[in-house]
Design a protein around this ligand. Structure first.
Ligand SMILES: Nc1ncnc2c1ncn2[C@@H]1O[C@H](COP(=O)(O)OP(=O)(O)OP(=O)(O)O)[C@@H](O)[C@H]1O
Ligand SMILES: Nc1nc(=O)c2ncn([C@H]3C[C@H](O)[C@@H](CO)O3)c2[nH]1
Length: 312
């Protein structure tokens, strides 16, 4: 987590017209300078992007007034998250979207990273934090939430690929879950279950708010797709999938997570701390429908998603 606190923001006037480029870099000043020089020499907006991919990011700066250029391309890209209970079918649905829309890019949940925590120096696998969290939630939930949220931050800060910048239609980056479900579904649930104590919860909320506010527009969402299904249906699919770490997951846990999703996205009774999140439009889809086998259901879902995206 600490590297997040070391981020710095540089504003510099690029030699491209009026463009003001805001660079955020997580790391050392020397590295920032090197990247800045490379960026300043480069006239090509797409190359600016690929530079951002190596931790340097071109933000959606409010100071940018250029009428045509890379900032307009970035600002055109909508960001949407898919939310829903464990095994409701988010990855399956995300794949469907990836095939359906050339202008859409799906960014998967970084579950592999949680299953394989790497040593900072040698990059060798140290542990499986997902498994540790399920085995001993009291001990590992706070650690898990710091890791899951940090990896989601990185995911949400990922630049859209160049293909999306050239899109003729509405380009959309679709994230599997978000820093918001991390807090308002999972971490909150762990706190209410007593697996995160009140000190840990206070600390989590403090750094979560700080980071979300600091990254500002870069981690905002324009829309949310909520895949909704009864917890019993998720339980069946969870069993079908057979992920080893989840073998001890009980229906009771999925019911609690279902309630958290409902409070946040349907009843709107969860207390949120980010003004804009309160107003983000939510598309609710009935995920109990077996769309994998039914082309009609798939087509209906895609139509609804297209309509939703065009209204964002
Ligand atoms: N609409 C559906 N109809 C029938 N089976 C489905 C449907 N969606 C997903 N499944 C099946 O349910 C299982 C879980 O799906 P998936 O891995 O997509 O869930 P997920 O929501 O991404 O899970 P997680 O919360 O762990 O990330 C898979 O075996 C998948 O094939
Ligand atoms: N405790 C906890 N906090 C999270 O933020 C979180 N996000 C996902 N998960 C679990 C659900 C699936 O088993 C698996 C893949 O989604 O990881 C989480 N568990």
């Amino acid at each position: 987590m600490y590297s997040f606190y070391r981020f710095m923001v540089l504003n510099l006037s690029s030699h491209c017209k009026n463009l003001t480029v805001s660079l955020r870099y997580i790391g050392s000043v020397q590295k920032v300078k090197r990247h800045v020089l490379r960026t300043r020499r480069d006239e090509n907006p797409v190359l600016l992007y690929s530079t951002r991919a190596t931790n340097l990011c071109l933000s959606r700066s409010p100071h940018c007034h250029s009428s045509t250029g890379p900032m307009d391309d970035i600002n055109r890209v909508k960001r949407v998250s898919i939310e829903g209970n464990i095994a409701v079918g988010k990855s399956t649905f995300a794949q469907l979207l990836q095939f359906a829309g050339q202008d859409w890019e799906v960014v998967p949940e970084p579950v592999g990273k949680w299953q394989s925590i790497e040593s900072g120096s040698s990059q060798q696998k140290v542990s499986n934090l997902l498994d540790m969290m399920y085995q001993d939630p009291q001990r590992w939930s706070y650690t898990f939430q710091t890791n899951s949220c940090m990896s989601r931050m990185r995911t949400q800060l990922q630049p859209p690929p160049a293909r999306l910048l050239r899109a003729k239609g509405i380009p959309v980056q679709v994230f599997e879950r978000s820093v918001y479900s991390d807090r308002y579904v999972f971490a909150l649930n762990m706190f209410e279950l007593g697996c995160i104590n009140s000190t840990e919860w206070a600390v989590y909320q403090d750094w979560h708010s700080f980071l979300v506010e600091q990254f500002g527009r870069q981690v905002e969402l324009e829309g949310i797709i909520y895949l909704r299904a009864p917890p019993q249906k998720c339980m069946e699919r969870l069993g079908q999938r057979g992920r080893v770490e989840e073998k001890g997951v009980q229906l009771d846990y999925l019911e609690k997570l279902h309630t958290q999703h409902e409070r946040w996205l349907i009843n709107k009774s969860t207390k949120l701390h980010f003004e804009r999140l309160t107003w983000v439009p939510v598309l609710v889809l009935d995920a109990s429908l077996e769309f994998e086998e039914d082309p009609k259901v798939r087509a209906e879902f895609i139509t609804q998603v297209k309509d939703f995206f065009s209204g964002l």
